[in-house]
Structure formats: C-alpha cells, structure tokens
Design a binder for this molecule. Structure first.
Ligand SMILES: [Zn+2]
Length: 457
C-alpha cells in the first residue's frame, strides 16, 4: 500500500492529465468530422474569429472559468461543452486510475487511451451521427497493439512488462515491414491498394507473433490474438444485427393522406454537395429554421439527401402524379432514385443528380430506405472488444440496447422526440463499455448469483 500522500499525488496527476487530454479531445471532436487536421495548426483557434489561442489562455478548465467561456479576442461565446469535456475526461482518468490501482499501474495507459476514444466517439456521434474511422479502426488497431505489450488487458496472466526482450524484436520487425510497405509500396506496384497493404500488414503482424512466441513470450501472442478475436467477434455480431435489421425494417413506406407537392433542391455547404427533399409546401422552410435536418412542420417535411442513402443498393421510390425535371415533364411515373442518379419508369435519366439543380412534382406515395444502425457502430464495437475483451462485447451490446430503449421511450414521453427520429447509438455503446469497465464483472457475478448460478466469470 502506498502512503496516502502518494495516493493523493497520483490521483491529482491523473485528473490534471485527463483535463489536459480533454482539451485535446475537444480539438478532435471539432476537427475530425470536419476533416481538418488535428495537429495542424498546433494551437487551438477560435472558430468565430480564427484567433490562435495562446497557451496561457488554453489551460484546461481554468481558462474557461476565468474568461467565463468567452474568446479573449472577440468575445464569442464558447459552448459550456468544452468545459464539460475537459471535466469529464479528467474525472474518467481519475476513475480509471483509482480502478486499476497502483499494483496494476501499467494498465492505466491503455485504459486512458480507451476512455479518450469513448469521449471523442460520443460527442462526434451526437453532433454528426458518425464515428470517424480514426476512432473505430484506429481504436481497434491500438487495442490489439497494446494487448500485445500488456496482455493483462486480455486477462492473460503474466508479470507486467515481462519478456520485453522477446517481444520487441518481433514488434520492431513488424513495424519495419508495415512502414516499408507504406513507404516504398507505391513504386513497387499496387501496394497502396488497401486490400494488398492490409494483407502485407497482416503478414507482418503474424511474423511478430511467431517470433515473440519462439523467443519465449507466448503471453504477448495470446494477448494480441485474444484482442483481435474479441474485435472480430464484436464486429461480426453487430454486423449480423445490422443486416438483419436492414432486412426486417429496411424500407419505410410514407403514407400521404393526399397527393403532396415535393421539391428536390441541390445544396452545397462546407461539408460538400447534398440535397434537400421537401415533401409538402416548400415555403415554410424559408420561415422556419432550415438548418435542422429531418425537420418536420405542419406543412411539410424536410429530408436531407445524404441521410437517406447509406449503401449503394439503397433506393428511394416516388410514385409521382406529375414530375418536372429540367425541360421535361411527365405524368403518372415511378421515379426510382439512387444516391446520384434517377430511373424514370425504369429508364436512366440522362442528367445525374450531381448536375441537376432541382426537380419537383406531385407525389402520391413514397418508400424511403432505412438503416437501423450505422456501420460506424459496428466498427466501434470492434474497438471496444479490442480493448476490453469478448465478454465486454456481449455486456456492452446488451446494456447499450437497454439504456438506449429506456432513454428513447423517455424522450418520446416528455415530448422531446418523435418515434421516427434518429438517435445515435455510439454514446450508448460508450456508456455500456464504461459500465463494463468499472462494474461489469461484479454486476455479472451478482446477477448469476441472484438467479442461483455460481458465477463462471
Ligand atoms: Zn474569437
């Protein structure tokens, strides 16, 4: 046991480190979905006046309080969320530290990284309904990699940092191969194609595994294999759920009480090309706030084009009483729209949607493709499995679904949401993973005991 003073010192350090990392996570949350680089420019800038924030105005938590959440240069208000993310990350780092305890100190690093991934995924998913690949695939790779050096993450028992002399040569070899593949792959041939590069990298990792095994560090090999297996397990499980959901609920027929006018308009914004499909009277859009996607109004409904199509096979079907497109007009036609082109009564319309400004008409009914869950969530559960193991996958999926259902019904009851509106699932997965990390094994043991089974966990 450590004297209390040391314990306090380490805990304080964990919190301050977390708050500082949280400050960086704010940058990731803002920049990643906007496809801005997270390390260029190095300094944070005010989104309103582009003023580069000097270090003495970039102290986590403190700055926000001192400047009362305003930009020192232009006075623009910063959301209280910046403060919230720093505080949350600080508390998570502290909680991770308290939970791994000093005896298992090497576990703090991977779980701090993991907590950071969860924070970023949660807030980006709230804002944009996506989780970037850097977080999901990047997290999966990081989880496997860390489980190689710290196989205790995967419940492999071995002394911490044991056999580094056996582990390092393989790891360096694998890294070297991957780095070289990336560096000189282009000139040699088609190495830059993701498939081939993936195979090459996989071969390099296999080389590392074999070498560390032969050199006498089988625990490293099992750590990586278990981590990879857990990631694959999570991925396949949720992928199956998503595919089944697509089969069962993949299409939604919108019943219209009477034929309604519709207008499709090409839009361009900072995120690229998109389009608005408005069913009903279009004039309300100018009066109300049109920036809110999926906006509903007494007089009409706005559907954002990019929200409809999530896979190549998706199609939107409009039974039109009349249709006006460029100089052509049609009566009683079926328009099958793919993401970027139209079929009118089975014939491809010569102008693709990219080059169309608008088309409109009167629709009698329409069928919209639907996705129960995004693929970002599927990749995200793989990352969770890679860090926490296969049991966490089952626990996280179950608890996330339960929490999601309860909160979903609750928000409908208090009138904040409609049945049909979208909810991000990533935050619930993140919450489920945290519950597993802090309480999961105890909860499962308690559950099995209370139903009369001795726990096998
Ligand atoms: Zn400013």
């Amino acid at each position: 046991m450590l004297p209390r003073a040391y314990e306090l010192l380490f805990s304080t350090f964990a919190f301050i480190l977390g708050a500082n990392i949280g400050s960086f996570l704010n940058v990731c949350i803002y920049r990643m979905p906007r496809e801005l680089s997270v390390n260029k420019p190095k300094r944070s800038f005010c989104p309103s006046c582009q003023y580069q924030i000097p270090w003495y105005h970039n102290l986590p938590l403190i700055t926000w309080l001192l400047l009362r959440g305003r930009c020192a240069n232009c006075g623009a208000k910063f959301s209280v969320r910046y403060f919230g993310v720093e505080l949350l990350t600080g508390l998570l780092f502290l909680a991770v530290w308290r939970s791994v305890t000093i005896v298992n100190w090497p576990l703090a690093l991977p779980y701090w990284i993991f907590a950071s991934l969860l924070v970023v995924a949660t807030f980006i998913d709230f804002d944009f309904f996506i989780i970037p690949d850097e977080i999901t695939w990047g997290g999966t790779i990081a989880g496997c990699f860390l489980s190689y050096f710290i196989p205790q993450m995967m419940e492999v028992s071995a002394p911490y940092l044991a056999g580094m002399a056996s582990i390092l040569p393989g790891a360096i070899l694998a890294f070297g191969c991957i780095w070289m593949g990336n560096k000189i792959g282009g000139p040699i041939g088609n190495m830059r194609s993701p498939g081939l590069f993936g195979l090459w990298s996989l071969a390099a990792v296999a080389l590392a595994l074999i070498s560390s095994h032969l050199l006498g560090a089988p625990h490293a090999t099992s750590g990586l294999l278990r981590s990879f297996g857990s990631a694959a397990f999570g991925y396949l499980l949720l992928w199956g759920v998503v595919e089944a959901g697509k089969k069962a609920f993949g299409k939604k027929k919108m019943q219209l009480s009477a034929p309604a006018p519709f207008t499709w308009t090409h839009t361009v914004s900072e995120y690229g090309d998109d389009a608005d499909l408005v069913i009903g009277d279009i004039s309300w859009m100018k009066e109300e706030n049109p920036s809110k996607p999926d906006a509903n109004s007494e007089r009409g409904r706005l559907i954002q084009w990019s929200e409809i199509f999530s896979r190549d096979s998706d199609q939107l079907i409009l039974h039109c009483k009349s249709l006006k497109i460029e100089a052509d007009s049609f009566e009683d036609v079926v328009v099958v729209s793919h993401c970027d082109y139209l079929l009118i009564d089975g014939k491809r319309y010569p102008t693709d949607l990219d080059h169309l400004k608008t088309f409109s008409g009167v629709v009698t009914n329409l069928v919209i493709p639907r996705e129960a869950m995004g693929f970002g969530d599927v990749k995200f559960i793989a990352a969770i499995g890679a860090f926490l193991g296969w049991k966490s996958v089952l626990f996280t999926l179950c608890s996330a679904s339960c929490i999601g259902a309860v909160i979903g019904v609750f928000t409908i009851l208090i009138g904040k949401r409609e049945w049909s509106s979208k909810i991000p699932f990533g935050p619930y997965l993140a919450l489920g993973a945290l519950i597993w990390f802090f309480f999961g094994p105890d909860l499962v043991a308690w559950y099995f005991q209370s139903i009369g089974f001795e726990s096998a966990m």
